[in-house]
Design a protein around this ligand. Structure first.
Ligand code: ZN
Length: 180
């Protein structure tokens, strides 16, 4: 039986994402290990999963996603004015400039932002995802489809396949004894 991409399958893909307007590549798995994820658990942007549904190993798909199916639209509420004094410590070692990315430590975890405005009193931080508001084109090749193991379902993430375990060890967050 040929396994097809569906909920609770571990799907491994090679992909290249481009901006259709300019053809600029914003992300690609080329030269890296394929990207593996458990399908149907919101680990990927919504349109990415919708478009891959039902694909089988070796299949290639190309699709273009509007912002609502990708990283969402840009939101004005995600622009925050922050007093510059809060950056005093940082400014001792780094120069604040428009366009640089920083990470704020928020109660729910790290939140990256870009400085979009800057004066003596305040900094305007844009917390929108860098790709918010963008239409994105993906070229995807499905390199593996298999059922998730019970353990993977329990952990909510993909474990390295048998035989790849040694290669994956160095960058894996899972260890034999103390897997998250
Ligand atoms: Zn695990």
């Amino acid at each position: 039986m040929v396994e097809k991409v569906s909920k609770n399958m571990v799907v491994s893909v090679h992909y290249t994402g481009t901006l259709p307007g300019t053809g600029e590549v914003f992300d690609s798995s080329e030269g890296r290990e394929p990207l593996s994820f458990i399908f149907g658990h919101g680990q990927m942007i919504p349109g990415f999963e919708e478009e891959l549904m039902g694909a089988s190993k070796g299949e290639k798909r190309e699709f273009t996603l509007p912002p609502e199916k990708a990283y969402g639209n840009r939101e004005e509420e995600a622009m925050l004015k922050i007093p510059r004094s809060q950056f005093a410590q940082l400014e001792q070692t780094a120069e604040l400039k428009i366009g640089i990315q920083l990470v704020a430590q928020m109660p729910h975890g790290p939140a990256p932002f870009t400085i979009v405005e800057l004066d003596d009193e305040s900094i305007t931080a844009d917390f929108n995802h860098a790709l918010a508001g963008e239409t994105l084109t993906f070229n995807v090749e499905v390199v593996e489809v298999r059922s998730a193991s019970e353990e993977e379902m329990l952990h909510g993430h993909v474990h390295p396949a048998l035989g790849q375990q040694n290669n994956a060890k160095s960058d894996s967050s899972c260890t034999k004894d103390g897997c998250c």
